[in-house]
Design a protein around this ligand. Sequence first.
Ligand code: SF4
Ligand code: SF4
Length: 312
Amino acid sequence: MNKSLLDYLESKKCFKLVLGANNSDYEEIYKLAMVYSSIGCRFFDIEASTDALNSLIKGIEHSKIKRQDIFICISVGVNQDPHLTKYKIDPKKCKNCLKCKDLCLQDAIYFDKTTKINEKNCIGCSKCYNETKCPALISYQKTRDWKEFLPSLFDKVDCIEFHIITDDIEEIDKKWDYLCSNYNGLLSICCDRSYFGDKKIIGQLKKMIKKAERKVIIQADGAPMSGGCDDYKTTLQTIAFVDLINKSDIENAFVIMSGGTNSKTMELARLLDVKNNGAAFGSYARKIVKQYLNSSNYQKAKITALELFKTV
Ligand code: SF4
Ligand code: SF4
């Protein structure tokens, strides 16, 4: 296990940039890595692929940061995990109203004779569907056989995060057994309370930590892929979840906040005296710099990213 990463988590000032478990826009990963590493971010969470890894390293090296000075986490999930979902449009049902296009924060939806979704940009946040209920928007899963791609990444990363957003406990346990038996590094469990009541999620986490026989990260998701509004309400659920974890007798875990994290997250956690090891920033961190990345205004992107970084 990477001792420096454990020390970083112990510092309780962990800032993890989530580039998207399902984000295969490698140009975007490169630019985000370049901007955030230049302002001090050292912990990055990416899709579990060599292409994502290479784009991340290219981005940090552009900012004169060495690979050994950052921590890399790759994310994998159960089959139903929303982080591994994509959307497509059924052209027979689509009326080309473009309501979904205006809602998509990833700019994944575009119009070219008909309305289409660029698969590599879609992160499966469901915002397009949830806010339109349009029957032309169809979700599908991007599932892969772990054995085909994970082992080749084991010695290239510092952490593997397992997303367990499902009610299929059998699948969770089977995949967790595989990770515990085959990967010696730091493991992280990303979970929310959408499928489990409070008692059940705590019981499941305790069982998984015991099985791991090492200290793990619990990444407590509040409102996963919320779209990242910058207010207290958006970030409240992750803090409530961390509070629940703190009040249980879970041991051997670092706890970081995620899902709905924004510039108010750390402030609200301090105000409420909810202890944590830091936070993972995804949709919000990407959204605030997007326009500057698109216009190649990297200086402005860095100034904006730094404001968020300083909140931790
Ligand atoms: S998919 Fe639905 S919301 Fe999107 S453009 Fe087509 S009809 Fe409109
Ligand atoms: S709103 Fe979310 S789910 Fe819909 S196309 Fe955009 S990224 Fe994909």
